[in-house]
Design a protein around this ligand. Structure first.
Ligand SMILES: [Zn+2]
Length: 78
């Protein structure tokens, strides 16, 4: 499995696409995908990069929220 990127030696992440039988492996440094045989498939598109960024920001917001005690208080208890 193409767990490591041949170009930068970074970690690749499997990304599942509904229209693909197998997941594609993304390198966030090189911004490209390879298939399960480690063959180049395509570039990581601007749109996907933006989408990924907003997902990440949402995730970080969630984490921050959980750590804030005021917000964690159950609603309707006062
Ligand atoms: Zn890479």
């Amino acid at each position: 499995m193409p767990l490591l990127c041949k170009d930068c030696n970074g970690r690749r992440f499997p990304i599942a696409f509904p229209d693909q039988r197998d997941a594609l492996w993304l390198c966030e440094n090189c911004k490209n995908f390879v298939n399960i045989k480690d063959e180049f498939v395509r570039e990581w598109t601007e749109e996907e990069i933006k989408e990924n960024k907003s997902k990440l920001e949402n995730f970080q917001k969630d984490v921050t929220t959980e750590k804030t005690p005021e917000i964690k208080r159950r609603s309707g208890v006062n």
